[in-house]
Design a protein around this ligand. Structure first.
Ligand code: ADP
Ligand code: ZN
Ligand code: MG
Length: 478
């Protein structure tokens, strides 16, 4: 009998804070500027300089800790993590190891082990004769990024599949974005995620040997990387071979995993208390500010929308994108007792699809103010126009910005409200389509579709679907 395995995954997420200046000096943060223009003696590690912690970075960090429902430390300290690499000119990184600013949190169903503050490394660029620096084959260092404030969030190993990691990662990203403390842009590296992956026999509570996957720039890639790694580990165990602790890179282009290096142990870093910095003791006001300034977070917002009757999928979509959530609420406010569920479906369904179809427009230049969409949804809800006609109207609204009543009048889309007129059309369609009509009479209910289609075509979508069905059934003796 073969053993069933379950995947066990813990994440380490680095979030670059969007403060104006770096963690321990006054250099401005930047992205995409010329190399080495945002540097000073501190972040270049010239002899004799001293770090000065960035207060705003600490305040942002406390917000993240509060949003992740952590215990915020009344005293937290900085440590040196020693390692040599060209992107690390001090040969140590200032981080928090012994006493991080936040511990024991939770987001959704994943526990947070802790979150700590640290400084980012500089960036190495390997030219290989191509890329930005042409013609030479060299490794260069750009110190602009060196010293950027980072919050590292470390979860407990509470995740169990690539898909769960993607969904939870998106929740985490949306949550931090909502706080306004980071751009959380994965392509630009302001949010980076390492995944620790192991497997174990289902039912076992012991942890298996883990591997670590580094820094992928999208949650889709992380999902695929984890799935590939889980499959690789299963194959190893099934072949009676051990999983070796190592750091891996997943190549999304080929779907292959490469070993980067064998994993270093904590003692290799010779952690020691940072002698140049005193412990941080935030004031009660700083704690209060962190907790009281929290906006409505995506998970709470999604729950509130679901309580209003919005489908789970639409509630999540809206809550992860503040801009869309704001729009949704404005449509609701502008409308005359519209059902939230219906409004959410128009916003996340028809409107978002139409924007994508028309040159992939962002919501901000959609041409459709919330009040116009509310008016359109009202027309459909009051059966002034059919749902199908509503989509035609929306297409026009998105492309020209016209208001829905005008489009309905111009295109003559108003629903046929005279049931005598509709009945006449129904009878005509039955007469012109003897074959499906006969099939329906003989008990084949599916054949009615062709007749409904015929009526819709004859009325150019101006008939109420329910009414058409009712009339057809009546005249076909169902
Ligand atoms: P290390 O000492 O190797 O850095 P930690 O205990 O500090 O390991 O945990 C680092 C991350 O790895 C955390 O997110 C943790 O949840 C996760 N993790 C630890 N052990 C395992 C395991 N066996 N399988 C999967 N994830 C793990
Ligand atoms: Zn500097
Ligand atoms: Mg560790």
């Amino acid at each position: 009998m073969s053993t069933e395995y379950e995947a066990v995954i813990g994440l380490e997420i680095h979030v670059q804070l969007s403060t104006r200046t770096k963690m321990f000096c006054g250099c401005e943060l930047s992205f995409g500027d010329d190399p080495n223009v945002h540097t000073c003696p501190v972040c270049l590690a010239l002899p004799g300089v001293l770090p000065v912690p960035n207060r705003t970075a600490f305040e942002y960090a406390l917000k993240i800790g509060a949003a992740l429902d952590c215990e915020l430390a009344t005293v937290s300290t900085f440590d040196r993590k020693n390692y040599f690499y060209p992107d690390n000119p001090k040969a140590y990184q200032i981080t928090q190891a012994a006493r991080p600013f936040a511990v024991n949190g939770k987001l959704g169903d994943v526990r947070i082990h802790h979150a700590h503050l640290e400084e980012d490394a500089a960036k190495t660029i390997h030219t290989g004769g191509s890329g930005r620096i042409k013609g030479s084959d060299a490794s260069l260092v750009d110190f602009n990024r060196g010293g950027t404030p980072l919050v590292e969030i470390v979860t407990e190993p509470d995740l169990h599949s690539g898909a769960q990691v993607r969904e939870w990662g998106q929740l985490l990203r949306a949550t931090i974005k909502q706080l306004g403390v980071s751009d959380v842009n994965m392509e630009e590296g302001s949010l980076r995620c390492d995944a620790n992956v192991s497997i174990r026999p289902v039912g076992s509570t012991e942890l298996g040997v883990k591997t670590e996957m580094k820094n992928m720039n999208s949650f889709r890639f992380i999902e695929r990387g984890i799935d590939a790694e889980v499959a690789r580990q299963k194959a190893l165990l099934e072949a009676g071979e051990p999983v070796v602790q190592e750091t891996l890179h997943f190549d999304p282009a080929t779907g292959e995993l490469h070993s980067l290096r064998s994993k270093e142990e904590a003692h290799d870093y010779r952690y020691l208390p940072e002698p140049d910095l005193v412990p941080v003791v935030p004031t009660q006001e700083m704690f209060d500010e962190a907790r009281n300034s929290l906006p409505e977070l995506p998970a709470d917002r999604a729950r509130r929308y679901e309580d209003l009757g919005v489908s789970e999928q639409a509630a999540l979509l809206l809550s992860f994108e503040t801009e869309w959530a704001g729009y949704f609420e404005e449509v609701l406010d502008a409308g005359d007792s519209l059902e939230p569920r219906v409004v959410a479906n128009w916003v996340t369904g028809e409107l978002s699809a139409e924007l994508r179809r028309q040159e992939d427009r962002p919501l901000a230049d959609s041409n459709v103010p919330p009040a116009s969409l509310a008016a359109l949804i009202g027309l459909v809800a009051r059966k002034k126009i059919s749902h199908g006609a509503g989509k035609t109207v929306l297409e026009e609204m998105v492309s020209t910005g016209a208001d829905p009543e005008t489009v309905v009048a111009d295109k003559g889309l108003e629903q046929i409200s005279d049931s005598g007129e509709l009945e006449k059309i129904v009878l005509q369609v039955i007469e012109e389509n003897p074959k499906p009509a006969e099939q329906v009479r003989a008990g084949n209910e599916k054949a009615i579709g062709a007749l409904v289609g015929g009526v819709m075509k004859a009325t150019q979508g101006r008939a109420d679907g329910g009414e058409v069905n009712r009339l057809l059934r009546q005249h076909l003796g169902l």
